[in-house]
Write a protein that binds this ligand. Structure first.
Ligand SMILES: Nc1ncnc2c1ncn2[C@@H]1O[C@H](COP(=O)(O)OP(=O)(O)OP(=O)(O)O)[C@@H](O)[C@H]1O
Ligand SMILES: [Mg+2]
Length: 455
């Protein structure tokens, strides 16, 4: 069951109030009980003191009569206070006590409790033995005080305490609920704000005001929105770029085919058109393959076919593959340094080839491209440097974006789609590495790193 925070807080408040009220109530109950009890005992004691004084000087049955009168006045008619005197001589006794009661009253000296009849509320008693003097034997003197009033008071007090505590608990719970509702209002405001965010207004952010506890949440949420917006925009642009890239070869294909069909053609002419179409189709396939590769990398694919090799040897292999192109353009490639690393050879070769193609494309005939392989802490670094026009710094960190080309007019030639460096970046990421691009002293250096991983 999904519970609201306000309801939960209200329950907690109620529980806390119950504990506090119970403790305070129990303490109050105890204090009052003690106080009333002390009063009763004091009352008993004063009476015993008075009588002890009188009885201890009484030594004849005649003077005992005066004690009688005194005792009569001490125990009023409402029987709230009862008095007995027992002794071995019936002439020195007071109060009626049938046989069994007499036995029960004959307890030891001090405080006690005695029920006069079966089931009745007990009397609180104080007993004292007054030593014999003259003709009078020992007198056991008992004063009892009815505690019905005492117990009634305690009962009413307990009921009142419980009722008030329960009302207090309910009040605290209601108040706690209200406080929680008011305190949680910023949360409702935030959810209202968050509800209004749509793909159409992705740049909207939650307000950073509100209580401290929420600003971190708001910050985290806004951060997530930032990343989402970035990814969303990139995807949007990517879609547009894909459509744009595919349109040119498709337009060429359709145009050429229409022209070919518009007139009677010789077989030779048809062959030429088909040859040209095949080139366009190859280009389309290359774009689609590259995009599929990038999509796989985006989904978190990692290089799995790892072998520990000399990276310089791998670069040499890639250079050999490009020999014809290099010879045509009169560009030489020099490989410097070496490092051992665990890599996926086909992915690595693909990245190196892309870098070499770029370098060759952007350097003048007769120049030299230098590939430098350096071991690094935790991995290796491969840098491809070629002499060429400086790349403006605003372009440098965008080179690795998909479909990004510095010179757009050249990009429209149809030869390059601007995916080469995105693939280098994906390959680097698949090897836990990163990419870099520098332009200095008319030398442009583009490259990537791979992390050292067990093969
Ligand atoms: N060595 C370099 N010197 C100068 N500019 C470069 C160099 N390498 C890349 N660039 C610039 O970076 C852009 C992106 O390169 P990338 O390899 O991603 O795409 P491309 O070469 O245009 O197309 P593709 O490689 O997909 O055929 C290039 O268009 C080019 O403008
Ligand atoms: Mg390229």
């Amino acid at each position: 069951v999904r519970q609201s925070i306000a309801v939960r807080l209200a329950w907690m408040f109620a529980l806390a109030a119950l504990v506090v009220f119970s403790l305070v109530g129990a303490a109050l109950h105890r204090v009052l009980y003690r106080e009333l009890e002390r009063h009763q005992i004091e009352e008993l004691q004063t009476r015993v003191e008075v009588m002890q004084h009188m009885i201890s000087r009484t030594d004849t049955p005649e003077s005992w009569l005066r004690v009688h009168d005194k005792l009569d006045s001490l125990a009023p008619g409402d029987r709230a206070i009862r008095v007995w005197a027992f002794s071995s001589d019936p002439a020195f006794e007071y109060g009626d006590a049938p046989g069994t009661l007499r036995q029960r009253l004959a307890g030891p000296d001090g405080l006690g409790e005695i029920a006069l009849t079966e089931g009745a509320r007990p009397l609180r008693t104080l007993t004292r033995t007054i030593p014999a003097t003259g003709a009078r034997p020992d007198v056991r003197f008992v004063v009892g005080i009815d505690s019905t009033g005492f117990h009634d008071t305690m009962r009413v007090f307990a009921i009142a305490l419980i009722a008030l505590s329960l009302a207090g608990v309910a009040g605290v719970a209601a108040l706690g609920y209200w406080i929680a509702r008011v305190g949680l209002q910023p949360v409702s405001r935030l959810s209202e704000e968050a509800r209004r965010i749509r793909p159409s207004n992705l740049s909207q952010r939650l307000e950073q005001s509100g209580p401290n506890e929420l600003t971190r949440l708001v910050g985290a949420f806004n951060g997530a929105l930032d990343r989402l917006e970035g990814a969303y925009k990139q995807l949007d642009a990517f879609n547009a770029d894909v459509a744009h890239e595919l349109r040119t070869p498709l337009t060429n294909l359709i145009g050429q085919t229409q022209v070919a069909l518009s007139k009677q053609r010789t077989v030779e002419q048809h062959r030429e058109v088909l040859q040209s179409n095949l080139e366009e189709l190859d280009r389309l396939r290359a774009i689609v393959n590259d995009m599929l590769f990038l999509a796989r990398a985006d989904r978190g694919a990692v290089a799995s076919d790892l072998v520990r090799v000399s990276l310089a040897a791998e670069v040499d292999r890639a250079v050999d593959f490009m020999e014809v192109v290099l010879d045509d353009l009169g560009v030489r490639v020099r490989v410097e340094g070496d490092a051992q690393a665990s890599i996926d050879r086909s992915l690595f070769g693909r990245a190196i080839t892309n870098l070499l193609q770029n370098a060759v494309q952007h350097s003048a005939p007769g120049s030299e491209v230098v590939v430098r392989v350096t071991p690094e802490r935790g991995g290796a670094r491969i840098a491809v440097a070629n002499p060429g026009e400086p790349i403006p710094s605003e372009h440098l960190n965008r080179l690795f974006d998909r479909f990004y080309r510095v010179d757009v007019s050249r990009g429209n030639s149809g030869e390059n789609h601007g995916l080469g460096l995105s693939i280098v970046k994906a390959v680097a990421a698949m090897h836990d590495g990163a990419v870099f691009a520098l332009s200095k002293d008319r030398v442009n250096t583009v490259g990537f790193t791979v992390a050292l991983r067990p093969a």
